[in-house]
Design a protein around this ligand. Structure first.
Ligand code: F6P
Length: 334
């Protein structure tokens, strides 16, 4: 049976979204399905901004960051009328299945839609934050780590030259995946992320002690701390100022920001995106709905959409442990 698939990218763009759109279009063609892309996230669904996607549209986009469909956050969609209007447009465009590539807010929206629409809905985890349960990695996460790492390595050069402390703020919204991974990979002296810190201010004394210990006992002249955004009240600039006063040496804040969302996807993200795009179309052929597709131990997997954002995904406990062990080793030598 022929089907028409709608696809959109929503929320924070992530490197690999284009590779995923490409895989959806190419796989749909194999099944004889048509694909309609809605632009600007859920806004496109509400305003009927659409484009029929052919193989030509997705030629040579696998290596591009961003998303050819554009992305946005959509307040209007979150209101009851928003979802109803989206359903009306999906029906008037005779869409049988909708694929949304996005993060947790986007998949929450998709769940709402699935509650009142009879078509199939499939979520694909596309966010640099890696904070969706049910997939070992989300599309864009590995590229974001590499981007952060490239910057942190550069910061190390100037930190060494000036014998300074740098506080590097990375993205992740409220999850520490990027902070932990980029800290481990860069050999940062400390990583601060929300999963292990309840009250940031209560940590101040231990941060100061850690720095003193690294400098006085271990002879470290440059120190890098990687910190998840939104963790420190007042942000890393505030923390840098506080530490400068307390320790008496120059601390500098560095906010990596949206640079982490851009750039060509690394091979891992291109392959993951291609797998998940193809698998989402297979799931549509299989009549599946209200699921998120993902990857577990290198195999395509699926999970109920509600469990993708309703169950908190844990950081790799072993990485957390070895990061903590490094901290303990420093202090055991005091
Ligand atoms: O969810 C992806 C993300 O980049 C988060 O890491 C970050 O907190 C947020 O989006 C930033 O959103 P915006 O681009 O709307 O400022």
């Amino acid at each position: 049976m022929s089907k028409t698939i709608g696809v959109l990218t929503s929320g924070g763009d992530a490197p690999g979204m284009n590779a995923c759109i490409r895989a959806i279009v190419l796989s749909a063609a194999r099944f004889g399905y048509q694909v309609i892309g809605f632009e600007h996230g859920y806004n496109g669904l509400l305003n009927n901004e659409k484009i029929r996607l052919s193989n030509l549209h997705v030629q040579h986009i696998i290596q591009l960051g961003g998303t050819i469909l554009k992305s946005a956050r959509c307040e209007a969609f979150l209101k009851p009328d928003g979802v109803k209007n989206a359903v009306a447009n999906l029906n008037s465009n005779e869409i049988d299945a909708l694929i949304v590539i996005g993060g947790d807010g986007s998949l929450r929206g998709l769940q709402k839609l699935s509650e009142i629409w009879s078509g199939q809905v499939i979520g694909i985890p596309g966010t640099i934050d890696n904070d969706l349960n049910g997939s070992d990695n989300t599309i864009g996460y590995q590229t974001a780590i590499d981007t952060a790492l490239d910057s942190i390595d550069k910061i190390r050069d100037t930190a060494d030259a000036f014998e300074r402390i740098f506080l590097v703020e990375v993205m992740g919204r409220h999850a520490g995946f990027i902070a932990l991974a980029s800290a481990v990979a860069s050999g940062a002296e400390q990583a601060l992320f929300p999963e292990t810190i309840e009250d940031p201010h209560a940590e101040l004394e231990s941060i100061v002690q850690h720095v003193e210990c690294l400098r006085k006992i271990h002879g470290k002249t440059s120190i890098i701390m990687v910190i998840t955004e939104h963790l420190w009240p007042g942000g890393v600039s505030d923390l840098a100022e506080t530490l400068t006063h307390q320790i008496g040496i120059e601390c500098r804040p560095c906010i990596l920001g949206h640079i982490q969302r851009g750039g060509a996807p690394v091979a891992y993200d291109r392959i993951l995106a291609t797998k998940l795009g193809a698998y989402a179309v297979e799931c549509i052929a299989d009549q599946a709905t209200a699921i998120m597709v993902g990857e577990h131990n290198n195999q395509p997997s699926r999970i109920k959409l509600v469990d993708a954002f309703g169950i908190q995904k844990s950081l790799d406990p072993y990485l957390v442990k070895i990061q903590q062990d490094l901290f303990d080793v420093v202090h055991s030598m005091q």
